[in-house]
Each structure stands twice: as structure tokens, then as C-alpha cells.
Design a protein around this ligand. Sequence first.
Ligand SMILES: C[S@@+](CC[C@H](N)C(=O)[O-])C[C@H]1O[C@@H](n2cnc3c(N)ncnc32)[C@H](O)[C@@H]1O
Length: 279
Amino acid sequence: MSVMPITSEQYARLRDMIRERFGIYYDDTKQFLLQSRLQTRLIKCRVADFDEYYRYLTISPEREAEWDELASVLSNNETYFFRERAQLDVLASEVVDEAVKNHRRLRIWSAACSTGEEPYTIAMLLLAGGRIAPSEIDIRAGDISPRALEKARTGFYRELSFRATPPEVMAKNFRPFESGYFISDEIKKMVEFSRVNLLDQKAVAAYGPADAIFCRNVLIYFDKPTQKRVVENFAKALRPNGYLFLGHAESIIRLTDLYEPIVTPKAIYYRLRGNDGAR
Ligand SMILES: C[S@@+](CC[C@H](N)C(=O)[O-])C[C@H]1O[C@@H](n2cnc3c(N)ncnc32)[C@H](O)[C@@H]1O
């Protein structure tokens, strides 16, 4: 498919608007990627060029619906069950220990859950651990992409999602169906999905008080000021000393001192310092 021409002004204007809305930042090296992703929308919206598409996004009556479409088109939804296992083990040990010790319900938020593999993994681990009753576990999951969330709620997965799933976990929690697997109802009902934009401070705070937030493999798509803004938003949704888990390639060490980094041989994660996040 040939790509419609875009001027540097058109590119910068659309790119900046997308960053402001979703945080996702396309630098100059990603112009071709953004251009080709947007092009599919130009065709669907039947607009002639990138100027007309800009107007469509800013003043047409369909603009909000189009932003919803963009949220699905622009996000990278790569994920799988039991991804970055060492952090999940910290959750199942340290974070659970603290909730049990303090006799409180455990609230976990998978903040950019994509198609649901991450929060469902958390549910499977906590249930299998047996240290905390299902009625005491509150797992919430959010994402900006309506399409990813729809898939998460359906709970149907294909082979690629299982690349790190132990066979016994698979046998216990999934039912084969045609070319894939449905997750069990028992696990499905442990997770509550909702749409969220991590830039929305009020919406983020409403997920609190969480014992732990998983926001893995998302910040890499944001520029530094947006990363800072998002992790500062998280401080409003975490309990004092609550845990923040980021992806392997993501570090906030030089970005904010709200969190104390914890480095173990297998995992890096963060704890909210002091009472800044107290709710
Ligand atoms: C690569 S996936 C990560 C999924 C999962 N956390 C994992 O590590 O496997 C990144 C997700 O971040 C979501 N995302 C990007 N920007 C977002 C925003 N501003 N608010 C909420 N979710 C966002 C995307 O829709 C996508 O589903």
C-alpha cells in the first residue's frame, strides 16, 4: 500500500495532539509508522488528506468516536500470560504478606492491561497461592484501547498468549475451544475491567487505595515528562508504601523521588515513599 504524503507540519500537529491525548509519543524516527497507522483511519473516515483528518479530529461531530478508534489503532497491545514472572512472585509473596498481616483486602490494579493476560495472570497466581480468600482479592484492570478491553472481557486467547504459561496452569484455568482457549469463569469473575487514560489524574486516583499497581511496558511509549506525570498520578492511587511494578526496560530512578527503587537479583520494582500516597 502506498502511503499518503504528509508534510512535516501536518505530522508535528497530529503527533503532538496524540501525545497530549494519550501520552503516546511518536518521535521523528517513527513518522512512517504513525503515518501508515493514521492512513487506515483517513480511508475509513473518507477524508482526502491529513489536513482534513486534523479537522475531523478537532471539529467534526464524530470526533470523540474517532479518538476512541485511534486509541485502539495507535496502541501496541503485545502481552502474554506470566510475562516477567519474577515481579509476579514479589506480588504473591511480599505484597500478599502485608495484606494478610494487616487483615485487609488486597487491591491490585493492572493499569494498562491490554487484552487482559496480565490481570488474569495475577488472579491465577493469587488463587493458586491460597493465602488470601478470593473474596478478599480485588483486581482491577484498565486500558485506553476499547478493542483490547473487549478482547479481555471475552477471555478468549490463542497460542501466542501462552508462551510462558506453565502447562498445569493452562490445564487448570483454560478450556480449549476451536483454535484457542477460553479462560475459566472462576478467574474471569475475579477481574473488573474498565476504560482508563493514565493521563487522567482523577480517573487514576479513583483506582485507589491500591496495594500494588502494575504498569508494565507502557511508559516506553511516553516521553519523559509524560512518564513523570503518570507515575506521579499513581502516587495518588497507591497506599502509603504501596508497590509499583514497571516493565524491564522502564526506569523512573532519575524521574522522581516519590518512589524507592528495590533491586533484587531477579526483579526491580518500586515502593511509594512515606505517606505521600495515603488515602
Ligand atoms: C504493550 S501493552 C502492555 C500490556 C501489559 N501491561 C504487559 O506488560 O504485558 C501497552 C498497553 O498500554 C496501553 N496504553 C497506552 N497508552 C495508554 C494510556 N494513556 N492510558 C491507558 N493505557 C494506555 C495500550 O493500549 C496497550 O494496551
